[in-house]
Design a protein around this ligand. Structure first.
Ligand SMILES: NC(=O)c1ccc[n+]([C@@H]2O[C@H](COP(=O)([O-])OP(=O)(O)OC[C@H]3O[C@@H](n4cnc5c(N)ncnc54)[C@H](OP(=O)(O)O)[C@@H]3O)[C@@H](O)[C@H]2O)c1
Length: 242
């Protein structure tokens, strides 16, 4: 068991994003780690136990900072499970002529800027002397080295931008917060609203339930320690090329 294993930690774990994988991560973490107070932060809280949070709103992020500053539980883990591949205003582009400025900005706002601004807003609650995990869902299609089919300009490049931002973060925190571990994770294709329109291309045995994906992601994450900070890993623990 790595020295900084969550098994023995007490404090707060925050899962951000109330979608398919986010809710499954919240359930799995609560079940596996009863010593942690596990909280879901989402744009659409379903109960007063869930915290309201919109990563595209500076006011909402500032409220999170204040809430964590006043929190009696030390912050141990933040897991970003937000993201957007399609929406009312855009669909993944099949070719250059489908690219639109508004869709590029929208995709970057949540998939790239969102996780970095989340890290900025929680940083004041971190201590140099406490182990801490910051994990964020990326996607294999955000790998530049692994891109063999093209398309999906906005989503792919926003995930690649997230990877660079969190790699920079891992280097900064290695100096200032040496017990922090930053990890970028690819969940595998998972049966959620995000992947729904694209599932016909996926063989049944390659489509994970959110519960299965959450189990894989936590297995991989909790093997990481500060000396591994800044990695981009798949659900099975394999390194993904940048
Ligand atoms: N599913 C897959 O096959 C797959 C594959 C590779 C990578 N991923 C990545 O895994 C992550 C989770 O995706 P998922 O499959 O669980 O999709 P999902 O069910 O669509 O969940 C994504 C969540 O992100 C939230 N979100 C979007 N903008 C937000 C904002 N400004 N502030 C707070 N939350 C916001 C959405 O919240 P609302 O409900 O409020 O809109 C939604 O609940 C994403 O980063 C995705 O790119 C997924």
């Amino acid at each position: 068991m790595p020295e900084n294993s969550l098994e023995s930690w007490q404090g707060r774990a925050l899962v951000v994003g109330g979608g398919g994988i986010g809710r499954a991560l919240h359930a799995e973490l609560s079940q596996r780690h009863p010593s942690l107070v596990v909280t879901l932060a989402t744009r659409h809280p379903l109960s007063i136990k869930e915290w309201p949070l919109d990563l595209e709103s500076p006011e909402s992020l500032a409220t999170l900072t204040e809430r964590l500053r006043a929190d009696s539980h030390p912050l141990r883990l933040v897991f970003n499970a937000t993201g957007r591949l399609h929406g009312p205003s855009f669909q993944p582009e099949k070719r250059l002529q489908h690219v639109e400025q508004a869709a590029l900005i929208d995709a970057f706002a949540i998939n790239a800027a969102g996780p970095l601004l989340l890290a900025k807003s929680i940083e004041p609650a971190l201590s140099r002397h406490s182990p801490f995990h910051f994990a964020s869902l990326s996607a294999r299609v955000g790998s530049i080295g692994d891109n063999r089919s093209g398309g999906w300009y906005a989503y792919r490049s926003a995930k690649a931008a997230q990877n660079m931002m969190l790699r920079c973060l891992s280097l900064e925190w290695a100096r200032r917060l040496p017990l922090a571990t930053v990890t970028l994770l690819h969940p595998g294709t998972t049966d959620t609203a995000l992947s729904k329109p694209f599932q016909s291309f996926v063989p049944k045995d390659k489509l994970f339930s959110p519960e299965r994906a959450a189990g894989h992601l936590l297995d991989v994450l909790l093997q990481q320690s500060p000396s591994d900070t800044g990695k981009f890993l798949a659900w099975d623990g394999q390194d993904i090329p940048w």
